[in-house]
Write a new protein. Structure first.
Length: 143
């Protein structure tokens, strides 16, 4: 299936807890794409969109807490991007509430690709910041 995307280390932020969430979100999108492509049950589509929305909120909250505890300077900008994604998933839920066929595979892929671009462009910006903090914390613990 051409729309399925596999985990790649380039999506990693070097924080195992966050990387696991990323993998899980990608798997959720893959499942939703597969269901839509194979013309699966409408209730399954609705359930997966809801799951993606709810899981995204939890995941983004974890990421923001980690960044907030370390004082990441661009947290506000980063959080706004997360909120835009959540708004888009809520929009998908509204569309399918009216009629599940309103949601196309292209819509799902577009949202998934937004998330991948976010991983590659925005999330990579905080990796050096977190690594420096991890190094400082490790040095402090050695004292």
């Amino acid at each position: 299936m051409t729309n399925i995307i596999e985990w790649d280390e380039k999506y990693s932020v070097d924080v195992p807890e966050l990387d696991e969430c990323r993998k899980q979100l990608m798997d959720m999108f893959n499942s939703l794409i597969e269901i839509k492509t194979n013309k699966g049950e409408a209730k399954d589509v609705v359930n997966w969109v809801t799951e993606i929305n709810e899981f995204s909120k939890i995941f983004f909250s974890k990421e923001e807490k980690i960044l907030g505890r370390k004082g990441y300077p661009d947290l506000d900008i980063h959080s706004k991007a997360h909120r835009r994604f959540i708004k888009k998933t809520i929009g998908l839920r509204r569309e399918i509430a009216e009629e599940v066929d309103n949601l196309t595979v292209e819509d799902i892929v577009e949202l998934r690709d937004w998330l991948i671009r976010h991983f590659e462009a925005r999330d990579t910006l905080f990796i050096p910041f977190l690594r420096i903090h991890r190094y400082v914390d490790e040095c402090e613990n050695k004292k």
